[in-house]
Design a protein around this ligand. Structure first.
Ligand SMILES: *[C@@H]1O[C@H](CO)[C@@H](O)[C@H](O)[C@H]1NC(C)=O
Length: 127
């Protein structure tokens, strides 16, 4: 069985959206994985060292967006209501981070989003 993971660039930070700046990039943009494989997605930005918080979301087809995990350079990842064993993260520097989906299966088929946030900003996005 083949499952699909698709990731897209997502501009979450609202001032960036208003300014139309494409400063958050996500790689790969589309990835196909065989069942059982590990899928790593990388996200990077050039918004500066203050943007040290990174969020990962997924949206399965026909479903609403789900928060997967919140990562910071300074502390452990905080997972949402997802299976923690399914994911691992890397967040060593402000400029980038990665999300790995382990043991890919059909239910992992989704659009994955990454978002960055400045540490001093308290209000952001309601999904
Ligand atoms: C983040 O950037 C550093 C420096 O360019 C690089 O060595 C590292 O592999 C990158 N990590 C990710 C997860 O993209």
């Amino acid at each position: 069985m083949i499952s699909v993971i698709t990731s897209l660039t997502f501009l979450l930070y609202w001032t960036s959206v208003l300014a139309g700046e494409n400063v958050v990039t996500q790689n790969p943009s589309v990835a196909w994985h065989l069942k059982g494989e590990t899928a790593e997605m990388k996200c990077s930005h050039n918004k500066g060292v203050a943007y040290s918080q990174m969020y990962w979301y997924r949206q399965r087809q026909g479903e609403s967006m789900e928060h997967i995990v919140y990562t910071r350079t300074s502390s452990e990842p905080e997972f949402g209501s997802v299976d923690k064993n399914k994911f691992s993260t890397v967040k060593e520097i402000a400029a980038n981070g990665s999300l790995t989906v382990k043991d890919v299966d059909t239910e992992d088929s989704a659009v994955y989003f990454c978002a960055v946030r400045e540490h001093s900003v308290t209000e952001l996005l309601h999904c």
